[in-house]
Ligand binder design. Structure first.
Ligand code: AMP
Ligand code: MG
Length: 338
């Protein structure tokens, strides 16, 4: 009898929830796999289903243009052009230009032509290995954002160079997703493109979203961010890595100055700002730079907040400090506000 009552109550709640959803237009969520990662888009409002489906379609289109491995993509065409100019969609030209710009601003920490080195480590082909120093040195000769040129809708790189927009594409896709949702009248949504989180407004009740910040060394959360209407992007080698025979762990973010996976003590970098692609580009670049240079870059450039996690410290910039709280199991981490 008691079980029956519980089931009934549950059914009634579900029914009420249904009415409530129908009245305010409801919540719609899509989970899908794109750009080599798991994505989830949740929107609230009258047109939520239509809007979320439009986002999923559009991300599929962007992936078709930007995938480095798809032989039909524009990036693939550039990478197999032998250094000849390639006509691409406006979106592609703009994103390449943006990546080049940030590469320049970060002194080459973001390096959109690192792909051949990344491949040598096996990250794109799924069979990881440790390349020899000679092999890395040779491959680095074909790395250098300075040799990318964009003229109108034409992109050109040096012969034997390879572009990879993997460090910025998800951020740009998140911006595009936000534009589409807003065009469809959505004022509350959470877009999570493989750790690139774009928030539209607050939760439907107006309160902030609670985002868990992954513990780079464990399975739980190192802390929680309470934020609205911004983008939060985290880069860390824990996202994708392999362990070599000698036990060394190698991550998927390459330090272009050495050709080795970045290994400078930073475990993760989270960037918080309005624009998704900036967050994405900087999370990767500052992860490569390491703590000191990341702090200097933030001081000199501003325009964003960040959370840097090392083995024993969490460094948070002042603009976000009040929105961040350390998880109760992680109080051994020293919290420094800069
Ligand atoms: P993210 O997850 O945004 O930090 O980007 C990491 C991805 O960008 C990697 O999986 C590579 O495809 C690519 N990548 C690795 N190292 C770099 C680098 N130094 N600059 C630009 N892209 C990189
Ligand atoms: Mg990135």
């Amino acid at each position: 009898m008691r079980v029956l009552k519980t089931i009934l109550i549950a059914a009634v709640c579900a029914a009420f929830a249904g009415c409530e959803d129908a009245r305010r237009g409801g919540e719609y969520t899509a989970d899908f796999f794109a750009m080599d990662t798991v994505m989830r888009v949740t929107a609230y409002g009258n047109e939520s289903e239509k809007a979320v489906r439009a986002v999923e379609n559009r991300i599929g289109e962007l992936e078709k243009m930007w995938s480095a491995t798809d032989a039909e993509s524009e990036i693939f065409a550039i990478n197999h052009s032998g250094g000849e100019p390639v006509a691409v969609h406006k979106e592609t030209a703009e994103l390449v230009l943006f990546a080049r710009e940030i590469a320049e601003k970060t002194g080459g920490a973001l390096e959109p032509t690192i792909y051949p080195v990344l491949t040598a480590w096996g990250f794109t082909v799924g069979e990881n290995r440790v390349p020899s120093d000679e092999e890395i040195a040779e491959l680095l000769e074909n790395v250098g954002y300075e040799r990318i040129s964009v003229a109108g809708n034409e992109v050109r790189t040096g012969e034997n160079m390879m572009l990879d927009l993997g460090a910025v594409a998800k951020g740009e896709a998140a911006d595009e997703a936000a534009r589409i949702l807003k065009e469809n009248g959505i004022s509350s949504a959470l877009i999570n493109l493989g750790g690139n989180v774009r928030l539209i407004g607050g939760k439907p009740d107006g309160s902030d979203w609670r985002l868990g910040l992954k513990d780079p060394l464990g399975s739980g959360y190192a802390g929680v961010l309470n934020v609205s209407d911004c983008t939060v992007v985290t880069s860390g080698s824990y996202e994708r890595y392999f362990t070599a025979d000698d036990g060394t762990v190698y991550g998927h973010i390459i330090d272009p100055s050495s050709g080795y996976p970045a290994d400078n003590g930073l475990l993760s970098v989270t960037i918080i700002a309005k624009e998704g692609r900036l967050c994405d580009a900087l999370s990767t670049a500052l992860f490569v730079m390491g703590e000191e240079k990341a702090r200097a870059y933030w001081r000199e450039n501003g325009g964003f907040d960040m959370i840097l996690i090392t083995r024993d410290e969490v460094i948070v910039t002042g603009g976000i400090a009040e929105m961040f709280s350390l998880d109760s199991g992680h109080e051994y981490l020293r919290l420094t506000v800069i």
